[in-house]
Design a protein around this ligand. Structure first.
Ligand code: SF4
Length: 256
């Protein structure tokens, strides 16, 4: 889905955006109600091996999507954003899961060194502005990470947050397509799948971390609380921006 050759740059970008919207809508209509495994299979067929990646935080239930992808194509690129602020347990879990599932193309993306030196030289920016910290450590690296692909998978679910309540399976992001195969799944669907496939759990789950991000911005949740209540607790912030318009802007502003 490259910009159309021969058009002025702005018109080509707009043309590519329109084509991505059309593609996402058509895929949603045709495949949006399939089972997640089938959504993954048709997406890899449709976009081509190597043209669709998976983005994973290796968090509380990430292994479900990764196992489904591994059953279709273990060589699918799996992108992990190493913000420099992950729990050590998550890094260890990432490597265990890659080995368990036989994933062959883990891609670790880190923040831009100059941006860190300018914006967060002592690593404490999260204490002053979580939005600014996420912009440096998550949003810009994410834009770089997905830029080479026509499409990418995420493990987002509708039940996770009000902001995800109407999440489609296929959605356009600038000139690319983001795919959420598990959009309609519930916590019991996820737990049942993990049991049936005997999948290893992130060790932090046993300590009450039901949604896992960077350690300065993640807390365990209390029984009965929403799984994401421990993310940026006490702040209005509920998303880091990699799934919101910040990613579109970052892709646009950097010409990606
Ligand atoms: Fe920074 Fe917290 Fe965002 Fe991680 S989640 S990038 S530590 S503000």
């Amino acid at each position: 889905m490259e910009p159309t050759q021969g058009l002025p740059e702005g018109a080509a970008i707009e043309d590519a955006r329109v084509r991505a919207l059309t593609t996402a809508a058509a895929l949603e209509a045709q495949y949006g109600r399939l089972e997640p495994e089938d959504i993954i299979r048709v997406s890899i067929e449709r976009f081509g091996a190597g043209q669709v990646a998976a983005v994973s935080s290796f968090g509380a239930d990430s292994v479900v999507l990764l196992n489904m992808i591994a059953e279709v194509d273990r060589g699918t690129p799996v992108v992990f954003l190493d913000t420099g602020k992950h729990f050590g347990e998550t890094i260890g879990y990432r490597d265990q899961i890659v080995a368990d599932l036989g994933l062959t193309d883990l891609r670790i993306i880190t923040p831009d060194e100059a941006s860190l030196a300018n914006g967060d030289p002592d690593g404490t920016l999260h204490g002053r502005s979580t939005d600014a910290c996420c912009a440096i450590r998550k949003v810009e690296p994410m834009a770089r990470a997905v830029a080479p692909y026509a499409a990418w998978f995420t493990g987002r679910k509708r039940f996770q947050a009000d902001s995800r309540a109407v999440l489609p399976v296929f959605e356009a992001v600038t000139s690319r397509v983001r795919i959420n195969p598990l959009a309609s799944w519930s916590t019991s669907d996820l737990a049942g799948y993990m049991r049936r496939h005997d999948l290893r759990e992130n060790p932090l789950v046993a300590y009450g971390y039901l949604s896992i991000g960077c350690f300065p911005c993640t807390q365990p949740v209390q029984p009965g609380e929403d799984a994401r209540a421990g993310r940026w607790a006490g702040q209005a912030k509920t998303e880091c921006g990699i799934h919101l318009s910040g990613l579109d802007q970052s892709l646009d502003s950097s010409g990606l």
